[in-house]
Design a protein around this ligand. Structure first.
Ligand SMILES: Cc1cc2nc3c(=O)[nH]c(=O)nc-3n(C[C@H](O)[C@H](O)[C@H](O)COP(=O)(O)OP(=O)(O)OC[C@H]3O[C@@H](n4cnc5c(N)ncnc54)[C@H](O)[C@@H]3O)c2cc1C
Length: 382
């Protein structure tokens, strides 16, 4: 069966789902296709939870994008009548030699985002659950928090379908050649016909477009662990416990939400990982690292039982900037990805940006262009 629409979006992760919705809102007819379904376990958007914050250190550009994305997310959850955001607060922990809190504070002040600064004594008084070790100060964004990620992406797709986006589960074969493409073919032999094709396939993009993205995006294995506190103990759940991150320590944590456990995420880039074929069994080494972090940081959980663990993958660009650009050889094909370890919160802004690019009414951001994406690796954006 052939379907004709103004735009076909391939990939219903957070980038593709929001892009489909925003394109539809602009009046276009849209087809949205995903190989395994929106928010599937293999996708980068398919985790239980993702942090929303506005502070971004030197990368104030993404603070602006996060701020722009916040209301569309909350509006969507309100329309969907689902509680998919918890205002846990997000605590940025910093060491003495780290200037990023100062820059973050400047940005938050400029954007009129509420925040609190806490010195070591205040941190210890407010959060006795932690042993702060090398941490000397913190910046707390009280209005920031945590999305229920998988369900949030599925809510975006449901909203898109309500607004007549044609959504289906099918694997799309990558196009080849030059010039404009007429149609895409799916693995079941169906044809998808559209004026423009947006590939928002996250960590699959380098495999689909090896010549263009093969050495620009790198998928890495990332492991997360959920530990259980003692029965009746609420000190690791909101409001006592915020989401927190220690970028220099390569770790972040989330409070216990929905009784799932206290989440510890290892943020250092892991080894290369295939999003489709990779086995998602966590490694003993990573579990030991997570336990070591607990012992040092959250001693009451040192021997807490592991309740759940997951392997997910970041789709990393050279520095953490997204890739949003037209394919260099295919005039009506756009590539949208490189969400790295921080893309989830920006779904609405990504969709808005892609829509404006397709309208031809916005100057491209240099940072998103293929030309700006180096083949080296220098992580700068967290
Ligand atoms: C462990 C972990 C923690 C993270 N924490 C945060 C956080 O706290 N805050 C934050 O903002 N971000 C966070 N991120 C980053 C964020 O989750 C990602 O940047 C974002 O989800 C990327 O979304 P995406 O739509 O680009 O890719 P994906 O979600 O991977 O979606 C791509 C989709 O394309 C589909 N697809 C692939 N190939 C095809 C094909 N041939 N045909 C049809 N469909 C196809 C796939 O099935 C998939 O659903 C985290 C990521 C991980 C892994």
């Amino acid at each position: 069966m052939s379907r004709a629409s103004d735009v076909a979006v391939i990939g219903a992760g957070v980038f593709g789902a929001w892009t489909a919705l925003q394109l539809r809102r602009s009046g276009r007819s849209v087809t949205l296709v995903d190989a395994f379904g929106a928010g599937n376990t293999r996708s980068s958007s398919g985790g239980a939870t993702r942090v929303f914050r506005i502070g971004y250190g030197r990368e104030a550009f993404y603070s602006g994008w996060a701020q722009r994305s916040f209301s569309p997310w909350l509006d969507l959850f309100r329309d969907a009548r689902q509680e998919l955001f918890t205002r846990t607060g997000v605590l940025w922990m910093a060491r003495a030699d780290d200037p990023s809190p100062d820059v973050t504070i400047e940005t938050l002040r400029r954007l009129r985002v509420p925040f609190e600064t806490l010195d070591r004594t205040q941190l210890e008084q407010r959060y006795p659950q932690f042993t702060f070790g090398p941490i000397t100060r913190g910046v707390l964004e009280p209005d920031a928090g945590v999305f229920m990620a998988r369900r949030a992406v599925q809510a975006v797709v449901r909203q898109a379908v309500k607004q007549s986006v044609d959504y289906r589960v099918a694997a799309v074969r990558p196009p080849n050649g030059n010039g404009s493409i007429d149609a895409l073919v799916t693995s079941d032999g169906d044809r998808i016909t559209a004026g423009t094709y947006v590939f928002a396939c996250g960590p699959w993009l380098p495999k689909l477009f090896p010549a263009v993205l093969g050495d620009r995006l790198h998928s890495t294995r990332q492991e997360v662990f959920f530990f259980g506190s003692e029965a009746g103990d609420r000190q690791f759940a909101p409001p006592a416990m915020p989401a927190w991150m220690d970028l220099a320590g390569g770790v972040y944590g989330l409070p216990d939400l929905e009784g799932r456990g206290f989440k510890v995420g290892l943020d250092h880039h892991g080894p290369p990982f295939d999003p489709e074929l990779g086995e998602r069994l966590v490694s003993e080494d990573a579990l030991q690292v997570a336990r070591l972090i607990l012992a040092r940081r959250v001693p009451a959980l040192e021997t807490a039982p592991l309740l759940e663990a997951h392997v997910c993958q970041y789709s990393n660009s050279w520095n953490g900037d997204f890739v949003i650009d037209r394919h260099p050889d295919l005039d009506n094909v756009w590539l949208v990805g490189g969400g790295s370890g921080h893309g989830f919160k920006h779904g609405p802004a990504v969709g808005e940006y892609v829509t404006a690019q397709l309208d031809g009414r916005a100057t491209p951001e240099a940072r998103f262009t293929l030309a700006a994406h180096r083949r080296s690796h220098e992580r700068r954006i967290f």
